[in-house]
Design a protein around this ligand. Structure first.
Ligand code: ATR
Length: 270
């Protein structure tokens, strides 16, 4: 069975190594590649994957939203998250879009902090492609309020409006420059701050406190400055590799109905 991750760029993706390690560990006859697809080539590329017998595609930046209208069916997870990161291609070529980022984020947090209580005030930095799945996870899991702080305030407001259609939880939208230190039990960085090794922390140390959980969803092995500053302030830091692993593991279950080797996936990228 053939699978691939598509993105633009996609060369940095850890997904091929992660999935192929699991394929080897469970004796699954499959291959998983990384294919660079430019935005304007997306419809033709999806047709080509179907014609070439691919059975599953993961979508990363910038395709998660653009791929939605190309699907024959959207799973409820994709509708809620407003994005597709997992495409299942049936034997007859029909495509169903799912979102496993939400599942992956929630499970990675719970795995890293088994005693974490979702009931509390959550702060999410960023309102881009990755943010909505994270927000949906917080709201589904029962956070008591969600503050979305984004550099471009209008994008935070648009995301809050889209979420209020599905959830009654209080959701505030503010500019990153308007953010005040407050009693958040959970802070999540979904911005691009930290992608570059030299990036500073997304927030100054005064925003972090002991007992708080701080997640940085950037999937890198190194500790980001945000996590380093948060840990120094006594917060519990959660990196982004767990979310990457669990979204991928769930995608494999959706494609095959089989259980992947999560330990092998973890070892391959850690
Ligand atoms: P992704 O799909 O990974 O979320 P994205 O959709 O490009 O990527 O979103 C990037 C997010 O990081 C956005 O919230 C962006 O803020 P803007 O909406 O104002 O562009 C945020 N971001 C990127 N660089 C940033 C920076 N230097 N400071 C603050 N926020 C930044």
């Amino acid at each position: 069975m053939k699978f691939a991750v598509i993105g633009h760029p996609v060369g940095h993706s850890l997904s091929p190594a992660m999935h192929e390690a699991s394929f080897r560990a469970i004796g699954f006859a499959g291959s998983y590649g990384a294919v660079d697809v430019a935005p304007e080539e997306l419809p033709a590329a999806m047709k080509r994957f179907v014609a070439e017998g691919y059975r599953g595609i993961n979508c990363t930046i910038p395709h998660k939203e653009a791929v939605m209208p190309l699907m024959d069916t959207l799973d409820a997870s994709a509708v809620k998250c407003g994005a597709v990161n997992t495409v299942r291609i049936e034997a007859d070529g029909r495509m169903t879009g799912f979102n496993t980022d939400c599942f992956g984020f929630a499970l990675s947090l719970e795995e890293a902090c088994p005693s974490f209580q979702w009931q509390g005030a959550a702060l999410m930095l960023g309102a881009g492609g990755a943010a909505r799945a994270v927000a949906v996870a917080c709201l589904e899991k029962g956070c008591t309020s969600l503050t979305i702080a984004n550099r471009t305030r209008a994008k935070a407001e648009a995301l809050a409006d889209a979420l209020r259609v599905h959830y009654d939880t209080p959701i505030a939208a503010i500019g990153l420059d308007e953010l005040q230190a407050a009693d958040f039990s959970l802070i999540i960085n979904t911005t691009a701050i930290g992608l570059k090794a030299e990036d500073a922390s997304a927030l100054p140390a005064t925003y972090f406190k002991a007992g708080q959980v701080v997640c940085d969803i950037i999937p890198v092995k190194r500790e980001t400055a945000t996590l380093a500053v948060a840990r120094q302030a006594g917060a519990i830091g959660v990196g982004g590799l767990g979310m990457l692993i669990h979204q991928g593991a769930e995608a494999f279950r959706i494609w095959t109905g089989q259980e992947p080797d999560v330990a092998a996936m973890t070892a391959a990228i850690s």
